[in-house]
Design a protein around this ligand. Structure first.
Ligand code: PGA
Length: 252
């Protein structure tokens, strides 16, 4: 059986200025011991350099929330994966539903960004998830299958790729998916990854659940077999909320 390291990733979205670096310092001070859980904070891009400095020499890793698929060029306002790596960050979120929705990112865009992340030596946290409309229409697994085949590049490995299942209707709403819903989708994702990439790689890729994960519901979610951690939005903005979630994961 493949042993996967667990991962607690915090997605700050467009929240936090330099004052929020104290949250990273607090997490660094609290999580000094080496555990089987990776902790990744994804602050807004202007904080990547200083966040990476604060987290250096600690088990905490820093990630970006998006990257362009090109390494450089005339793309005003964008940042590339090599630029992210240059800040000391080691991870990048790609294909978050807010970007798929507001910025029109397609599966093939997400695939290209993932490859760009790998070329720069970054681990990609690739997000997929269905809308409430898709779920109500009974299309959840079809949508997940399509997103997986369209977004995940062929050369995925457990080191380079983490998949985050985030049902859109559960993001920022307080409406967390039930463990039955989470199990169904996570087991399906695992099966698909194994079918496509083989036993070794398919079982090595970590699967995170995201969508209204809080200290109160984290332990229950982490009991699900194919849940290797969480991608946490709102509850990652304060160390006092994120720390109990990390602790629940370490204890799971
Ligand atoms: P939330 O966000 O935890 O605030 O629901 C999760 C996400 O969008 O990654």
């Amino acid at each position: 059986m493949t042993m996967r390291r667990k991962m607690a990733a915090g997605n700050w979205k467009m929240n936090g200025n330099s004052a929020a670096l104290s949250v990273i310092s607090e997490l660094v001070a609290t999580h000094t011991a080496k555990t089987d859980t990776d902790i990744v904070i994804c602050p807004p891009a202007p904080l990547l350099f200083r966040g990476s400095e604060s987290a250096s020499a600690s088990p905490l890793a820093i990630g970006a929330q998006n990257c362009h698929s090109a390494a450089s060029g005339a793309y005003t306002g964008d940042i590339s994966a090599p630029m992210i790596a240059d800040t000391g960050a080691t991870h990048v979120i790609v294909g978050h539903s807010e970007r798929r929705d507001a910025c029109g990112e397609t599966d093939s865009d997400v695939r290209a960004k993932t490859i760009a992340a790998w070329d720069a030596g970054l681990t990609a946290i690739l997000c997929i998830g269905e809308s409430a409309k898709d779920r109500d229409a009974g299309k959840t697994l079809d949508i997940i299958a399509a997103q997986l085949s369209g977004s995940v590049p062929d050369h995925a490995t457990g080191d380079k790729l983490v998949v985050a299942y985030e049902p859109i209707w559960a993001i920022g709403t307080g409406a967390v998916a039930t463990t039955q819903q989470i199990n169904e989708v996570h087991d399906f994702i695992r099966k698909r990854l194994v079918q496509r990439l083989g036993d070794d790689v398919g079982n090595a890729i970590r699967l995170l659940y995201g969508g209204s994960v809080k200290p109160a519901n984290a332990a229950e979610i982490f009991k699900c077999d194919n849940v290797d951690g969480a991608l946490v939005g709102g509850a990652s903005l304060k160390a006092e909320d994120f720390t109990p979630i990390i602790q629940a994961l370490v204890a799971s």
